[in-house]
Design a protein around this ligand. Structure first.
Ligand SMILES: [Cu+2]
Length: 698
């Protein structure tokens, strides 16, 4: 697809949408408002954080990963301005399960340009929920860090039709975004559809440094529901197409990152006296990805392009049974993810052009089939017990390990052996993994509740950890280790939430021990040149630590000063220790907090808020990973909204009010000189900028 053509087509659409009379919001616009997450919900005994559709749409964020970082305890690794990769309580990558409408989706890039969250635009979401920790046996295996559940938009129950849209303009990134959704319901059929387009350009940091941040994204989704005597049958189809996404922290940029999702589900509640409900789903999620170095400064001497794909298919079925005083959910699920990536390089440095092809993912397959059960029952009037368990059979295969690798004269399998010894010649892996949890919720009185939870989960090594073959990584290359054992977490959580007069408070704390923690670390430091650019490279590899330990928690509070004025704040902290080597775990965000003062016009016509984000210095770093200490910073923002009649709303968000120059600890450094950045420079966040959004609802 031609991005310039994209742009030409979209400008008139943007103008039209901007002038469509539209509807007022039913809910108050919350922006990145920090509220106690669970002030009135029944005791859940699970540390969670969530955002609803209105809040998601009002967060001026380039992608869903960025929306997630507004939740306490959730951060993101940034390799570029888009494609933020979620980190939950210090754990990232494959340790965070991302489920799109209950289905698994794996990115197509060996360098994680495209975490699954990239493929679901904020505008297509109904709700985001993050379960922090291993408390989600019914949602599949793994999830040591947590499970991010992305539920896409469907027509709200009880609503007969819907038509809404918005257009926004972001001055910091010269970005624009238009989105619309429509839906309708008949006697047996219901349909909901969303579509959106977004584009962004480079931005300037507070000190004027130009940072490459361009991208365009187009997506659409349709959800068709049919009510039958067996339950509601639903078919959902969606695609998300990204073009020309800049990644200053990687040796390439994404030319395309496309996903196509399809799922067929059936669900029914209230089946019989014994059966509370059942639900099942089958799905296929595919990703095609191409990246190259066309816009990097080394393109004149080496042209490199990687084509890759990740196809995930799977299904799940669950029955909720009524038992004496409680419920028992039993079911099974399974998925298979096939990932393959090949890099082609043409070197034009010395005389005759030379070409090389190497397999970054050597035709890998990871298959997991599991069974689960979760039981819930009250213990007396105030206590609720939940217990869950699951067991999985996992296989890992790589079918193209006899292909050439970047290690001179060696196949991929021989490269594994060169770095990890003779055991690495066997790339087949079979595991049986079991985990479970126990949670107890206590309704102390009408206003306060508390919980304690203990859980253990197992995660098998992913395709990159097990099979990557010289995939580009920060500062060098990565090679997977086929001998990796799965890692197991042991987590304890305790929390309290409630209200006292004008104060709403929630606080959660956790400790998490991980056995056989899969650590990425430097295994060869500039001894050889793997990409023929004349400079020796760093090679990173993976090994199991005996033990890692993480602890931390989140606190959120809101104080309703008057009916119109409120103060909200939150604080989150995680510390990670590599117990084998007695040093910090890499890539853990520092202590951070948010504070906001908000005014709501009692008549509901307008609202305004001002506040800031305070982030402490991070000096707990892992030098062997190659990360630096990061100074603390504070940023301020103001936001406000005004309703015009019943249908229109204008929202303005001004970020980085004092035009500060700062960078996040989890932002990877520039890989090559791009924009005003030199190789190895920290990549700063945008300077002062405003986002204007005009929204309408019929
Ligand atoms: Cu990529």
């Amino acid at each position: 697809m031609n991005p310039t053509g994209f742009r030409r087509a979209i400008v008139p659409v943007l103008l039209i949408v901007s002038f469509i009379p539209a509807a007022a919001r039913a809910a108050e616009p919350l922006g990145i408002e920090i509220t106690g997450e669970r002030p009135v919900t029944p005791p859940a005994a699970t540390p969670t954080a969530a955002r609803g559709r209105d809040e998601i749409l009002e967060t001026p964020a380039p992608d869903t990963g960025a929306v997630l970082t507004t939740l306490p305890g959730v951060e993101a690794v940034r390799r570029g301005a888009s494609g933020l990769d979620p980190v939950v309580r210090g754990l990232q990558g494959d340790r965070v399960n991302v489920l799109v409408d209950g289905t698994r989706l794996y990115g197509g890039c060996p360098s994680r340009m495209d975490p699954p969250t990239l493929y679901v635009s904020p505008w297509s979401l109904e709700r985001i929920e993050v379960v922090k920790g291993p408390y989600s046996v019914t949602d599949g295996p793994g999830g040591l860090g947590g499970t991010v559940k992305l539920d896409t938009h469907t027509l709200a129950a009880g609503s007969l039709h819907e038509l809404r849209g918005s257009a926004s303009w972001d001055t910091a990134r010269s970005g624009s975004r238009v989105e619309a959704s429509a839906g309708g319901r008949g006697e047996r059929l219901d349909v909901a559809a969303t579509a959106g387009y977004q584009e962004s350009d480079n931005y300037e940091a507070g000190d004027g440094t130009e940072v490459p941040a361009g991208f365009t994204a187009l997506d659409g989704a349709v959800d068709l529901g049919l009510t039958t005597h067996l339950g509601r049958l639903d078919l959902s189809l969606a695609s998300h197409l990204d073009r020309d996404v800049a990644y200053p922290a990687l040796p390439m940029d994404a030319e395309e990152a496309d996903s196509y999702r399809s799922a067929l589900g059936l669900e029914r509640e209230g089946v019989s006296e014994r059966v509370a409900g059942y639900h099942g789903r089958v799905y296929l999620n595919t990703v095609d990805h191409t990246m190259n170095n066309e816009h990097k400064p080394n393109f004149s001497t080496m042209q490199a392009e990687t084509d890759s794909e990740a196809d995930t298919y799977g299904g799940r079925a669950q029955v909720d049974l009524k038992t004496a005083g409680g419920t028992l959910a039993v079911g099974g699920d399974g998925y298979r993810v096939a990932r393959d990536a090949t890099r082609d390089r043409t070197l034009t440095m010395m005389g005759m052009p030379r070409t090389a092809h190497d397999r970054l993912w050597p035709d890998t397959h990871i298959t997991d089939v599991g069974l689960f059960a979760e039981w819930q029952r009250p213990l007396g009037a105030r206590l609720t017990l939940r217990a869950g368990g699951r067991a999985d059979r996992v296989t890992g295969r790589a079918d193209a390990t006899d292909a050439a690798s970047a290690l001179a004269g060696a196949t991929v399998a021989e490269a594994y052996v060169a770095f990890y010894g003779p055991d690495a010649a066997d790339t087949d892996r079979d595991e049986v993994n079991a985990g479970g949890n126990l949670r107890l919720a206590w309704q102390i009185d009408e206003r306060w509740q508390a919980f304690v939870a203990a859980g253990s989960a197992v995660r098998t090594a992913d395709a990159s950890e097990r099979y990557a073959a010289f995939a580009p990584a920060p500062g060098g290359y990565r090679i997977g280790n086929p001998t990796l054992d799965p890692e197991r977490s042991w987590q304890l959580d305790a929390g309290v939430a409630g209200t006292a007069g004008p104060l709403t408070l929630s606080a959660d704390g956790f400790v998490n021990r991980i056995d056989d923690f899969i650590l990425v670390t430097v295994i060869e430091d500039r001894l050889r040149d793997f990409n023929d650019d004349g400079v020796n490279d760093v090679v990173k590899g993976y090994h199991n630590l005996d033990r890692a330990f993480l602890w931390g928690g989140e606190v959120a509070a809101t104080w309703a000063v008057t009916d119109a004025w409120a103060v909200a704040g939150s604080l989150a902290y995680t510390e990670g220790e590599n117990r084998d080597d007695d040093r910090a775990l890499p890539e853990i965000a520092p202590l951070s907090g948010r504070l906001q003062l908000r005014y709501d016009d009692p008549d509901g016509h307008y609202w305004g808020a001002g506040g800031g984000r305070l982030v402490a210095r991070q000096d707990r770093v892992d030098a062997a990973f190659g990360e630096d200490e990061t100074p603390g910073f504070a940023t301020c923002d103001v936001r406000g909204g005004r309703h015009f009649g019943e249908r229109w709303q204008l929202t303005v968000v001004v970020e980085n009010l004092f035009d500060r120059t700062y960078h996040e600890h989890l932002t990877r450094e520039a890989y090559l000189p791009v924009g005003d950045l030199a190789a190895g420079d920290e990549v700063p966040e945008p300077g002062l900028g405003a986002t204007l959004t005009l929204a309408a609802r019929f």
